[in-house]
Design a protein around this ligand. Structure first.
Ligand code: NAD
Length: 469
C-alpha cells in the first residue's frame, strides 16, 4: 500500500497531519507511557476524534475487519502477559482462567459481520437503513475483567466504525494502559490509524466527568457496579449500562445431580467468582440436597459448619451499624479459597477451589454479590419455593440465572419468572457467553438498559437513505 499524506479537517482549533498506509509507530507530542495513553483526558478524546474521522473517511468495512483481526491475533499472542499483569496489579482471580477469558474474547467477539443493512425496494424506489458509527464512544471498564472488557469493547466499537476513549477502573489502570497500547500497535501494524483506542493515564471520576460532558462524545458504555450505571444514566446522554448481577442456580429433583454439582463448582470458582455471570447461590430441592453436596465435595470443595460460616461472614462482609446493609470487604474479592480457609482456621488442601455452606434463603451470603469462591446452598421444598427464593436473591437485576432439571414445566416457569438477560439450562454460567455452547461472546452484558449480550450492532446509529421514484 502506498503512503498518502492526509490532512484532517480542523476540530477544536487543532490541526494534525499524519500518514496513513505506513506501518511505522509514530512519536506523539503528548507525554505518554504507551500508544493511545495520555496524561490529559482531553488529549485522549481529541486524538480519538481525529482517528475516528480517518476511519470514517478512508477505511472500508473490510479494512475495519483487518484491524480487528490484528487485535484478535495480538490478544492471543499476549494472553499470558495480559493475564499475569492483571493478577499482579489487582491481586484478584486465577491466572489460568484469565487466559481462557482472553482466548474467548479474541475468538468469539463479533466483528463487522454483525452489522446488517435493511432494504425496501419497489415501485417507489429504494430505501436503506444502515448501521452507522456514533463517532467517539466513552467506555468505562471494571477491575474484575479489565483488559478483557477493553478488548471486547474495542473490537465491537471499531467494527461499527467508532473510536473509543476508555476510563478504566483506577485499580487496573496499568493493565488497561498495556491493553490500549497493544491494540494501537495491532491497528497500526495492519495500516490503521493511530489512537483509535485511547485512555487516560490516571483514570478518575474527574476524567470520567470530562468524557461524559464532552460535546463530541454522544454515547457512553459502562460495565461495572450500580454506582457507575446510575452515574451514566444520569448523564443526559445515550448510554449502555452493563451492571451487577447475583445469579441464582436452581437444582430440582429431576436433574443429573453429578453433572450439576461439577458444573456449578466449576462455574462458581472460575476466576475465583469474579465474573458477573458466575454462579453465586444455589437453591436445591431438599430430597436431592445431600446428594448434590456429596457430589460437590468430589470437586475440590470444602463444606463449612455453622461456626465456620459465621467466622467467614465476619471476615468478608462489613456493616456500619446494626440497621445498615452488609457490604463486601473489597480486600477479599477474587481471592483463592485457600486464603479464606487459612484465615478462619480451617485446614484444606492447596488445590481447594471453592467453599460451600448451607444457609437460609435470606442469609447475607445469598443476598450479596460476593465475587468470592464462596457458594451458599439453600434447601427448598418445591419449585414454587425455589423460584420465590431465586427471585429474591436476584433482586430484579435482570442479569443471569441457571437451572438443572429435566422437567420442561419447571424450566419454563423459572425462565419466565426470573426474566434475566441470560438463562442457561443444564450447563455452566459461561455457556451463556458462548463458552462450551453456541452463540457469540461479550464482556458487557447490558441488563439495565436492555441491549443484552452486546456486540458491534449495539454501538451503531440507524441511518435511513432514500431513493424515491
Ligand atoms: P465498580 O462499579 O467499582 O467499577 C466499575 C467502573 O466504574 C470503574 O471504572 C470505576 O472507576 C467506575 N465507577 C465506580 N463507581 C462509580 C460511580 N459512582 N460513578 C461513576 N463511575 C464509577 O465495579 P468493579 O468492582 O470494578 O467490577 C465489579 C462489578 O461490575 C460487579 O458488580 C459486577 O457484577 C459488575 N460487572 C458487570 C458486568 C456486566 O457485563 N454486566 C461485567 C463485569 C462486571
Amino acid at each position: 500500500m502506498k503512503k498518502k499524506l492526509l490532512v484532517l479537517p480542523q476540530t477544536d482549533n487543532l490541526k494534525i497531519t499524519t500518514n496513513i498506509g505506513g506501518n511505522k509507530l509514530k512519536k506523539s507530542n503528548d507525554k505518554k507511557l504507551y500508544l493511545g495513553v495520555f496524561e490529559k483526558v482531553e488529549s485522549a478524546i481529541t486524538k480519538a476524534i481525529y482517528a475516528q474521522k480517518q476511519l470514517n473517511l478512508y477505511y472500508k468495512k473490510e479494512d475495519r475487519e483487518r484491524l480487528i483481526n490484528s487485535i484478535r491475533k495480538a490478544t492471543l499472542e499476549n494472553k499470558e502477559t495480559l493475564s499475569k499483569m492483571i493478577l499482579d496489579e489487582t491481586h484478584m482471580g486465577r491466572y489460568e482462567d484469565k487466559i481462557l477469558k482472553h482466548e474467548l474474547v479474541a475468538k468469539y467477539t463479533p466483528g463487522t459481520e454483525d452489522l446488517t443493512t435493511t432494504a425496501w425496494s419497489g415501485d417507489q424506489g429504494l430505501t436503506l437503513v444502515e448501521m452507522s458509527p456514533y463517532g467517539v464512544i466513552g467506555a468505562i471498564t471494571p477491575s474484575t475483567n479489565p483488559t478483557e472488557t477493553v478488548i471486547c469493547n474495542s473490537i465491537g466499537m471499531i467494527a461499527a466504525g467508532n473510536a473509543v476513549v476508555f476510563n478504566g477502573h483506577p485499580g487496573a489502570k496499568k493493565s488497561v494502559a498495556f491493553a490500549v497500547d497493544m491494540i494501537n500497535k495491532a491497528i497500526i501494524t495492519s495500516n490503521g490509524p493511530e489512537n483509535l483506542v485511547t485512555t487516560v493515564e490516571n483514570p478518575t471520576m474527574e476524567s470520567l466527568n470530562v468524557i461524559m460532558k464532552h460535546p463530541y462524545i454522544k454515547f457512553l458504555c459502562g460495565t461495572g457496579g450500580p454506582g457507575l450505571i446510575k452515574t451514566l444514566l444520569n448523564s443526559g446522554k445515550k448510554a449502555i449500562g452493563a451492571g451487577a448481577g447475583n445469579p441464582p442456580v436452581i437444582v430440582d429433583d429431576s436433574a443429573d445431580i453429578k453433572k450439576a454439582a461439577k458444573n456449578i463448582i466449576e462455574g462458581c470458582s472460575f476466576d475465583n467468582n469474579l465474573p458477573c455471570i458466575a454462579e453465586k447461590e444455589v437453591f436445591v430441592f431438599e430430597n436431592v440436597a445431600n446428594d448434590l453436596i456429596d457430589n460437590m465435595l468430589e470437586n475440590h470443595v470444602v463444606l463449612l459448619n455453622k461456626n465456620q460460616v459465621s467466622r467467614l461472614l465476619d471476615l468478608v462482609l462489613e456493616k456500619n451499624d446494626e440497621n445498615s446493609e452488609y457490604t463486601i470487604n473489597k480486600k477479599w474479592v477474587g481471592k483463592d479459597a485457600k486464603l479464606f480457609l487459612d484465615k478462619i482456621g480451617v485446614k484444606a488442601p492447596d488445590n481447594v477451589r471453592c467453599i460451600i455452606c448451607e444457609v437460609d434463603a435470606n442469609h447475607p451470603f445469598v443476598m450479596t454479590e460476593l465475587m468470592m469462591p464462596i457458594l451458599p446452598i439453600v434447601r427448598v421444598k418445591d419449585i414454587d419455593n425455589a423460584i420465590e427464593c431465586a427471585k429474591m436473591a436476584e433482586q430484579r437485576k435482570r442479569h443471569s440465572a441457571y437451572m438443572y432439571s429435566k422437567n420442561i414445566d419447571n424450566l419454563n416457569r423459572f425462565e419466565k419468572e426470573i426474566d434475566t438477560t441470560i438463562f442457561v439450562k443444564n450447563a455452566k454460567s459461561f455457556a451463556g457467553v458462548g463458552f462450551g455452547a453456541e452463540g457469540f461472546t461479550t464482556f458487557t452484558i447490558a441488563g439495565p438498559t436492555g441491549e443484552g449480550i452486546t456486540s458491534a450492532r449495539n454501538f451503531t446509529r440507524q441511518r435511513r437513505c432514500v431513493l424515491a421514484g
